[in-house]
Design a binder for this molecule. Sequence first.
Ligand SMILES: [Zn+2]
Length: 222
Amino acid sequence: MSSMTTKKVTCPKCGAESEIKVYKTVNPTTDPAYREQLLNGELLKFTCDKCGGVAQLRYPLLYNDMKNNFMVYYIPEIDRETLTDEVLEREYGDLEGITRRLVPGYNELKEKIHIFEANLDDKVIEVVKAALKDVVEKRTGEEVTGGYFSKYSVAEDRIGFTFFVGDEGEQFVQTTRLEIYNKSAAVAAAEPADPADRQFFLIDRTWARSALYKYKKSKAAM
Ligand SMILES: [Zn+2]
């Protein structure tokens, strides 16, 4: 089941206070409509009654997909003071067979949902993304500032990402064959899922960089 509460927020545009619904947990199995609203941005959208101003809400939200056996906890940086690793481990540390991830932003939350719903390994996805980021930087001669998993098709034999390139953050789609995903599993295996052995942790660009580095080093030593 999903759960929610209410909270007072101050409009960032006009300063008026309003009371809003805050979702603590979203369970897509029992509430598929919430899943839709989360992915299309409606669930975390704030519209001020007074001025009509719109903003994106940022608060901790646990996405608990029981059918696909994964949990993604979206915890904005500011809330990490209260939702510490200790708290998370105490609450969710001993669940069997559930993939658990922590994300610092809404875009990362959406990406994880897409990855796990496609039954893919986010560690391997991050490795492929890191490798393709380099390809895009070579091709465009510009810096890639971010990117997300955006395509997966067995029929077309493609896996792909949308990257943000240069100062303007222009979108650049780069795809590759599924074989690259399969080959990257060995690279992902070079890095422990979480060195501190926590159950909720980040799998991101920094993690993938470390996996790639360790894998290359182990190859060079052979
Ligand atoms: Zn307002």
